[in-house]
Ligand binder design. Structure first.
Ligand code: SF4
Length: 384
């Protein structure tokens, strides 16, 4: 699917999910009064929604309008803010309420640019007020939005550096529904908070899962990336090239991991360059079948966005002496095709025997390809 199709699909499915399945309830949801929207957004900065709700309701009761807040003694406002922390928010709230009354007849400016000029209001809050109250097409970009976008589009640019901020802002603006920007903004924030959660996202019930890059490749929880935490996971793949005569076992990778639909040799994975004996792993895979380790390669490395994959290739020959070749092949193929090799040889499933001189016909990851180029170079084209 092209990037443009992914974008329109994302917005369409998000709005559909919002109408049919979004059950998130918050007292300020659907609010059109810019004063109340402003209060809720300021209170929710650095504050959990559950904690903010009580404060919001008490504030609205005590100061139902911007006039009431502007006229209130500072002491009373601070007392009501007590426990929410970050008191500069409270100071700015009082200041802006008074500015609105003194300079704007108690009315909020109706455009994003003018709202942004008010003290204590940054791009996020201005976009929320402009879109919810005045239907202006301004995208809100908070943590929930960043998380959902980075995962769905598979973006690993850090969300907190200058390049990342630009990328995410422009992407968010290109996704917003021009007909109902407020509903769209609320929907994506709710989606990030309840479905595409920081930990244990509900991918299994997510309407976006079919196209979601992070879900499809199995790295949802690794995103979004922050500049200080850009750490790559290191994986070690030990590939056993189990050869029977002129053939070798390979399989197509499936599941939610890297390199889907590419091929590989019999693979044993660890998360570190562990000191282990390849013979022990092979014994578990091949049971009683005698084998000979012919060679072990150098380490090959492939850098991916979120991980570094190191690969080592161990060539293994199966002894054919005295064996009925056809029966032997059947026996080993059964082990490697069905996973009968057991838990310690986890992943030894789905392999098939193919002729070594046909390996160039299969698609392999770059890492394996580099090894193959040296070990089983493709046959030279036939002379004309
Ligand atoms: S599939 Fe998972 S990671 Fe992707 S958008 Fe949905 S919840 Fe988020």
């Amino acid at each position: 699917m092209s990037q443009e199709s992914m974008k329109s699909d994302f917005t369409r499915k998000l709005l559909k999910w919002n109408t049919a399945q979004n059950r998130r309830i918050m007292p300020w949801k659907g609010e059109k009064d810019p004063y109340k929207i402003w209060l809720s957004e300021i209170m929710l900065q650095q504050t959990r929604v559950e904690q903010g709700i009580g404060y919001y309701e008490r504030f609205i009761k005590a100061f139902p309008t911007v006039f009431a807040l502007a006229a209130a003694p500072e002491k009373q406002v601070y007392k009501m803010w007590e426990g929410l922390g970050y008191y500069s928010r409270c100071k700015n709230l009082i200041h802006t309420a008074r500015t609105l009354v003194e300079e704007h007849e108690g009315k909020f400016p109706s455009t994003y640019e003018d709202i942004l000029k008010l003290k204590g209001i940054g791009p996020y809050t201005a976009a929320a007020i402009a879109s919810f109250a005045f239907n202006e097409c301004q995208a809100v970009v908070d943590g929930n939005v960043l998380r959902a976008l980075s995962r769905y589009f598979g973006i690993s640019t850090p969300i907190d550096d200058a390049a990342g901020k630009k990328i995410y802002h422009s992407l968010a603006c290109s996704l917003i529904d021009p007909v109902s920007p407020g509903a769209y903004n609320q929907a994506i924030m709710d989606f990030g908070a309840t479905i595409c959660k920081p930990r244990n996202p509900l991918c299994g019930q997510c309407v976006q899962s079919k196209e979601c890059e992070a879900f499809r490749h199995g790295y949802a929880e690794e995103l979004p990336v922050k500049s200080k935490s850009l750490k790559k996971k290191t994986r070690w793949f030990y590939y056993f090239l189990i050869e029977v005569g002129d053939s070798v076992y390979i399989r197509k990778r499936s599941g939610r991991d890297i390199w889907q639909n590419l091929h590989e040799f019999v693979c044993f994975e660890t998360d570190k360059d562990a000191e282990y004996a390849p013979e022990d792993v092979l014994k578990k895979i091949l049971k009683k079948q005698p084998f000979i380790i012919q060679s072990s390669s150098r380490v090959y490395t492939q850098q991916l966005t979120h991980q570094q994959v190191n690969g080592k290739f161990i060539r293994v020959a199966i002894s054919l002496s005295g064996a009925n070749r056809v029966l032997l092949e059947k026996k080993i193929t059964k082990l490697l095709l069905t996973g009968a090799a057991g838990q310690d040889a986890e992943g030894a499933v789905g392999y098939q025997l193919v002729k070594k001189n046909t390996l160039h016909e299969y698609a392999f990851p770059k890492l394996i390809h580099a090894f193959l180029e040296q070990t089983y170079p493709p046959p030279a084209p036939a002379a004309i």
